[in-house]
Design a protein around this ligand. Structure first.
Ligand code: IPM
Ligand code: MG
Length: 351
């Protein structure tokens, strides 16, 4: 079974972290006879610098023909001029929409060896194992935007169908876990949230009667993620709330550099990326934490290549390296740290 993997390193630390993930995927490919083939494409600021739009046609075609897409990060101050015609981030949004990957899975499970890295007390972190299911191709990110001299608007829009399919995805995931879903919205203020709440309740009652549902307002959810994180199993929420809550949730794990994500649609093709950004402040220094991207590569093997054993091997290897006390600078707390490449080497050695 040969499979094409599109690799989009993007901007900032993107190239550094994706390079490690590709090395690890190559090792998995060899060990499991996957015959993976990697082809690189431009996206984001790197595409703009080459005189292309943030999602070049060539890149969209490459991804459309691939079994999976591995992406680093996009954006940075270099391309943040508010007057610019395009921003790098638009490339990522266009890619998500083009691939139809409406469900963004963001697992949050603190590693036992890293409990001290979280600003939260260790006793609050015991047993934390959350799957955030973020709607990825709708809502305020994709609504109509207007701008005049004196006023700007961003439309937030959700259809019943968009809500139904993401809730079904959450329901299916909940069945493989503790069968508890918290649906996060702002139904006391937003009409889209009132629709979200009604559709969520109906889909789960009709199709997933075995799954428990609790509705929670997003402000309360932000608080409970810190006060009682272990009480959550699956969280399903709209695009922007999911973006914000997962940056918050990364602090349960100890660093933004740890959380992977899988973006899925119909069919097996997926987009895999760390939840962190391009970290321009440390780009090019070889010190970025590659864990989130390595773990995203594991999700790629699991969800797009149906190779659970290879996925588990990578997760176990990353875990073993952390158990040994190997730390990148973000987690070293002033102690000894290794660079991105050395961390990748340590993971490869385990494999
Ligand atoms: C993320 C990022 C993106 C988002 C940005 C870069 C557009 O923050 O994947 O969480 O907001 O979706
Ligand atoms: Mg984000």
């Amino acid at each position: 079974m040969a499979a094409l993997i599109a690799v989009l390193p993007g901007d900032g630390i993107g190239p550094e972290v994706t390079a490690e993930a590709v090395r690890v995927l190559e090792a998995a490919s060899e060990r499991h006879g996957l015959q993976l083939e990697f082809r690189e494409g431009l996206i984001g600021g790197a595409a703009l610098d080459a005189g292309e739009p943030p999602l070049p046609v060539k890149t969209a075609q490459l991804c459309g023909g691939a079994s999976a897409v591995l992406l680093g990060a996009v954006g940075g101050p270099k391309w943040s001029d508010p007057g610019a015609a395009y921003r790098p981030e638009q490339g990522l949004l266009d890619l998500r929409a083009t691939l139809g990957v409406y469900a963004n899975l963001r697992p949050v499970k603190p590693h036992p060896a890293l409990l001290a890295a979280s600003p939260l007390r260790p006793e609050l972190l015991a047993g934390v194992d959350i799957m955030v299911v973020r709607e990825l191709t709708g809502g305020i990110y994709f609504g109509r935007k207007t701008r005049s001299e004196s006023v700007a608007t961003d439309e937030c829009r959700y259809t019943v169908e968009e809500i139904e399919r993401i809730v079904r995805m959450a329901g299916q995931l909940a069945r493989g876990r503790q069968r508890r879903i918290v649906s996060v919205d702002k139904a006391n203020v937003l009409e889209t949230s009132r629709l979200w709440r009604a559709v969520t309740a109906q889909v789960l009652a009709e199709e997933f009667p075995d799954v428990d549902l609790e509705h929670m307002l997003v402000d309360a959810a932000a608080m409970h993620l810190l006060s009682r994180p272990a009480s959550f199993d699956v969280i399903v929420t709209e695009n922007m709330f999911g973006d914000i809550l997962t940056d918050e949730a990364s602090m349960l794990a100890g660093s933004l550099g740890l959380l992977p994500s899988a973006s899925l649609g119909e069919g097996g093709r997926g987009l895999y990326e760390p939840i962190h950004g391009s970290a321009p402040d440390i780009a090019g220094q070889g010190i970025a934490n590659p864990c989130a991207t390595l773990l995203s590569a594991a999700l790629l093997l699991r969800h797009s290549l149906d190779c659970e054993p290879a996925a588990r091997e990578i997760e176990a290897a990353v875990s073993a390296v952390l158990d040994e006390g190997v730390r990148t600078a973000d987690l070293a707390r002033g102690g000894t740290s290794v660079g991105t490449r050395a961390f990748g080497d340590a993971v490869l050695a385990k494999l």
